[in-house]
Write a new protein. Structure first.
Length: 383
């Protein structure tokens, strides 16, 4: 089953805003529509092969839409506007055994204060089904969402309420990664969504379904599978605690007074600071965002002279701060001796890069290991 017209392969270059990207197509720079509001930072890396579909609408300003990209030889579909078409095909073709025998009665159904994607029916029983597109994954773990989704949280809470009133409710996560073996809500990125899913566990059925896309962007027959949810990990790890990475940019060489370290020269480039907060992680990260604050730690002196880029929490019941610092040190180009490590034996907790780590595959692989694959190792006995 195909869901797209003819496509052309290009190479990703940049993403000027959420819904626009630039790429190289047949030796020319082309601007294309990106029908996906997710962050996609671990997918949209420089020179990633992408698939463009030309629009048939002559009045549209952007003549191409990105529909998919390649990662490790697999096609990853990004076009969220086609998600419900794919979900309907999977349901009606019997590719989701748990939904076998259900038929689609209606699309875009309003119940209560929310709209849902499908109303299904099997015999006399009706079921509300919400569908989400999942493009965040590591080697074997898929997670959703890749950005905070207040809308997704509202859907879960409304489905749980309707379920308590006797309505059968479910969520189908369409996972675009055939190597995925387990699924979890991304509590690192959106703790509140993960908590809502945990609270709805016994009320709303969850179907994470992985698919494989062929070279012609059709679904590969026989490769669809329903993934287990690591509920035990969700129960234990979904707390506001753990470690974090803060990314900064120093646009020019600076000499900065850093408390007991004295005057330190910081080269132009990007920096990653590794810290931890085993209580109130969100508040700690928010403190690092603020420009005005009481100067206490080494990072407080530095952050007043550097440009904050992003914060990446790694929520866990385990203190991973020093392990993360060691891992970052192995991919960084330099470090600042003694920075942020006065209470441990690490050489440093601040690491430098000449280019933005967010554009580096090796950085995303490291982050995904600590956020995702490490969980599969930790809870392997449950699989």
């Amino acid at each position: 089953m195909r869901f797209f017209g003819p496509t052309e392969k290009a190479l990703f270059f940049s993403r000027p805003n959420r819904f626009v990207l630039t790429c190289r197509l047949r030796g020319k720079t082309v601007t294309a529509f990106l029908p996906n509001p997710g962050r996609l930072s671990e997918l949209l890396l420089p020179d990633t092969p992408i698939y463009l579909e030309k629009t048939s609408n002559p009045n549209r300003s952007l003549h191409y839409s990105e529909v998919a990209l390649e990662r490790e030889g697999h096609r990853i579909v990004l076009h969220t506007h086609r998600t419900n078409d794919v979900a309907r095909y999977l349901i009606e073709s019997g590719s989701v055994p748990e939904l076998s025998g259900h038929e689609v009665i209606r699309r875009e159904v309003t119940y209560g204060n929310s709209g849902f994607d499908f109303l299904l029916k099997k015999g006399q029983e009706e079921m509300l089904l919400e569908v989400k597109s999942c493009t965040l994954f590591s080697k074997k773990v898929a997670m959703f969402p890749d950005a905070v989704t207040a809308r997704g949280k509202k859907h879960l809470e409304e489905l749980a309420r309707l379920s308590a009133d006797g309505t059968s409710c479910a969520v189908l996560f369409l996972v675009h990664w055939p190597r995925a073996e387990v699924f979890l809500p991304d509590f690192h990125t959106d703790l509140e969504f993960a908590r809502s899913m945990k609270d709805a566990k016994d009320k709303v059925r969850v179907f994470p379904v992985s698919v494989e896309w062929g070279e012609d962007l059709s679904i590969v027959s026989g490769r669809t599978k329903v993934l287990p949810v690591l509920w035990e990990a969700l129960e234990r790890e979904t707390e506001d605690r753990g470690s974090y990475l803060i990314l900064y940019h120093v646009p020019r060489k600076r000499l900065i007074e850093i408390g007991g370290l004295g005057k330190v020269t910081f080269e132009r480039g990007y920096y990653i600071y590794v810290g931890s907060a085993m209580k109130s992680l969100s508040k700690r990260v928010e403190r690092h965002r603020r420009i005005r604050k009481k100067v206490h730690w080494h990072i407080d002196y530095f952050s007043g002279h550097a440009q904050f880029q992003t914060a990446l929490p790694v929520r866990s019941e385990d203190d991973l701060e020093c392990d993360l610092a060691s891992a970052i040190s192995r991919i960084s180009e330099w470090s600042v001796p003694g920075f942020g490590c006065s209470d441990c034996s690490c050489p440093s907790h601040l690491f430098g890069f000449s280019t933005d780590p967010m554009s580096m595959r090796k950085f995303h692989d490291l982050l995904q290991y600590y956020r995702m694959d490490r969980l599969m190792e930790k809870y392997s006995e449950l699989l």
